[in-house]
Design a protein around this ligand. Structure first.
Ligand SMILES: [Zn+2]
Length: 419
């Protein structure tokens, strides 16, 4: 099964905008209520059963943990008596509950933050077999025929399985998740291998000696956002000028995010070209960006970049794996000696055993590459091998419509002859 996500800008009519906004509002209240239920359950169990209950009482309803299935059944019941819930799209609400469930799972498995109440819902998902593109219109159950700016064609044979409607500062968008029913073997280790080390001073270093500097093109826009945000503080909350400024800031944020994502896709394509295997460190960037490297790492969006890299690898027949991150900057890639901890200002790795000298990040990238190759050679699991195609978070990632450079992965279909 091959899954891709294509992003289109929508041009909805006034009536359609009304429907979308109404459904976003209903989904928001579903999210917030479902989250409230779960929070209540957690809070009511914070207090030990044998202690006094100054803050919370031990057991309150619901006695069982409100998971996706119980909440979904409850929603179906509530719709019978609540006209507001009944006015929303059933699919969109179910998918909202599923999204919340995924957020709680990600919290446990990936160390993401506790899900939050939403002031604004930005998107909802619809599942159906009846999506169809006719000319410049998308035919779908809730919105009937909605006009879209057709920036690219859907490749032959693909079926639209899911549509995500998104509201942004610059308008409405649709993410089409498309699927092709073919058997694709996962990329296997082959050809040239590259290790990639993520850094602070320079964004990435590869084991081939390429050093990619932190992109500077966003600095100007980010400074402008900071300036406007300072101005916003002086305006009265909710006034006309405040609203206008708020809108301008939102648009700038969106532009920055778009340009960053575009850059990430291009960089990932570049790194994948002519390469058969890519190894990276197994770093949790959510935690990383909370530490001392907060600003730099958020500016670069390294977490997003590695997700995109994994996705691009999966569609260009490049083997992608994460390796153990411990001591990569201390071990010598030539002889394996541990050269001890380096201060951040020491930029050169120099080995006292074999005399090998190299830029410290490139040396670390070589260590990562060696580790990946060792693990791949014996067929051992390389720390964590997630299937990018199936990862739900990647599905949710809004793939940039401008990533049209070889939009369709031909390499997947010549893979067998290539091997
Ligand atoms: Zn050495």
């Amino acid at each position: 099964m091959l899954n891709l996500t294509y992003n289109y800008k929508l041009q909805p009519s006034k009536k359609q905008i009304e429907i979308i906004d109404h459904n976003l509002a209903v989904c928001k209240s579903v999210w917030n209520h479902a989250l409230y239920q779960r929070k209540l359950w957690y809070n009511s169990r914070k207090c030990d059963i044998n202690k006094c209950s100054l803050i919370s009482e031990y057991v309150v309803e619901p006695y069982f943990y409100p998971n996706y299935h119980t909440q979904s059944a409850e929603l179906t019941q509530a719709k019978k008596t609540n006209p507001y819930l009944k006015s929303g799209n059933a699919q969109a609400m179910q998918q909202t509950l599923r999204k919340l469930d995924r957020a709680f799972n990600d919290m446990k498995s990936k160390g993401m933050g506790f899900p939050r109440y939403k002031k604004k819902m930005k998107s909802f998902n619809l599942l159906s077999n009846k999506f169809e593109i006719n000319g410049n219109y998308l035919k779908m159950p809730l919105l009937k025929n909605i006009k879209l700016r057709k920036s690219r064609d859907i490749p032959d044979g693909f079926l639209i399985k899911q549509v995500q409607i998104i509201k942004k500062a610059s308008g409405y968008y649709a993410n089409l998740m498309i699927e092709l029913d073919v058997d694709i073997p996962l990329p296997t280790p082959h050809a040239h291998a590259v290790g990639i080390d993520a850094g602070i001073k320079s964004m990435l270093s590869t084991s081939d000696g390429n050093v990619i500097q932190r992109p500077k093109f966003l600095d100007k826009a980010l400074r402008k956002i900071e300036l406007l945000q300072r101005k916003l503080k002086k305006k009265r909350l909710g006034s006309n000028k405040w609203n206008k400024l708020q809108k301008r800031i939102a648009l700038l944020h969106e532009a920055v995010a778009n340009r960053r994502k575009d850059y990430h896709f291009k960089l990932a394509r570049k790194l994948c070209s002519g390469v058969g295997m890519i190894f990276v460190e197994d770093i949790n960037f959510t935690n990383w960006s909370k530490g001392m490297f907060c600003k730099q790492s958020l500016d670069m969006g390294l977490g997003q970049f590695f997700e995109i890299l994994e996705y691009v690898c999966s569609i260009t027949d490049t083997f992608f794996a994460k390796v153990n991150k411990d001591f990569t900057s201390q071990i010598c890639p030539e002889c394996g000696t541990n050269t001890g901890k380096k201060e951040l200002n020491v930029r050169i790795h120099s080995c006292s055993e074999c005399g090998y000298q190299q830029d410290r990040d490139v040396a670390a990238a070589r260590v990562i590459c060696n580790r990946g190759l060792d693990a791949a050679a014996v067929g051992a699991p390389v720390v964590k091998r997630t299937s990018a195609v199936l990862d739900s978070r990647l599905q949710a990632l809004e793939m940039n419509s401008r990533d049209s450079g070889s939009a369709f992965p031909h390499s997947l279909f010549v893979q067998e002859t290539a091997l």
